[in-house]
Design a protein around this ligand. Sequence first.
Ligand code: AMP
Length: 280
Amino acid sequence: MSVEIIRDVTGIRARATELKKNNKTVCLVPTMGGLHAGHLSLIAKAREVADHVVVSIFVNPKQFNNPDDLKTYPSDEEDDVKSIEKEGADVVFIPSVEEMYPQEFATDVKVTAGIDILCDAHRPGHFGGVATVVTKLFLQVGADYACFGEKDYQQLFIIERLVDDLNIPIKIIPAPTVREKDGLAMSSRNARLKKADRKLAPKLHKTMQKIKEDIHNGVDIETACAANQQKLESTGDFKVEYLEVRCGKKMVLMKELGSECRLFAAAWLGGVRLIDNIKL
Ligand code: AMP
C-alpha cells in the first residue's frame, strides 16, 4: 500500500479520530524534509513503538532567524515522500504555511528553560518557533509518541520540558545521531556544503573526539576546548560558535566532568552552520 499524503488539518484530525476509535497508537516524526538516513532512523524507531506512523514535512518559517537560510533550505517533496514510503510510514502530513499559520494566527509558545545558551544564544527566537510548530503538530496529529533526534539535543531538551509543562499526553522518544562514514553528523544542510568543504566537515567531529579524549586523559575542560578550537580554526576554514561541556538535566556549563555530560558544538564552514554533540 502506498503512503497517504494529507495536507490539511481537518484531514489529519479525522485520521487521528479514526485511529483512536480503533485503539491504534500513533507515532509522529516531525521533519523539515531534505530527508537523510538520520530521519529514516526515526521512522524505523516510530514503527517499533506504534501501530501507525505519521511523518510531517513542514519547513517552519517561524524557526528561521535568517531569511536566506529559509530560502535555500534543501527539500524535495517527491524524493522525500518516496523515501518515507520505502521506510514504511503510513501517512505524510505536508501542510502549507497558510494551513499552519493563517493570517489571523497570533499565538507563540515559549519555553523558558534551556534557552539563552548554545544555539539559542546565536539564533534568537529559533526555539520559540520550534515550540510553537511542535505544539501544533502534536495537537493536530493526536500522536501517542513522537521521535526526535539527539543530533538536536537542545531542541529535544526544550520539547521534553514543553510536554511536561503543558501536560501533553505524548511520550517523547529520543534517537541517537546518525553519522556519515567519516563521522560527520547527517543534516539536511550538509547538501549545501561545497565539495572541498564537505571533505573538511568531519574535522568538527574529530575535534570533538579529541577533546573527549583529552578530558578523559586529565586535561581540564577549558584547556581541552580552547586548544582544540584553536587548532580547528587555525586554517581559517572553520569559525566556531560554541564548544562547551554541559551536564545534567539542566545542561549546566561545566569546568569539571559531572554526570550526564555532553560536549556541544556549533561551527560555520563555508557559509554552512554545522552542529553536533557527543556524550562524554
Ligand atoms: P529536521 O528535518 O532537521 O528538522 O530534523 C527532523 C528530526 O530529525 C529532528 O528530530 C532531528 O533531531 C532529527 N535528525 C536530524 N538529523 C539527524 C541525525 N543525523 N541523526 C538522528 N536524527 C536526526
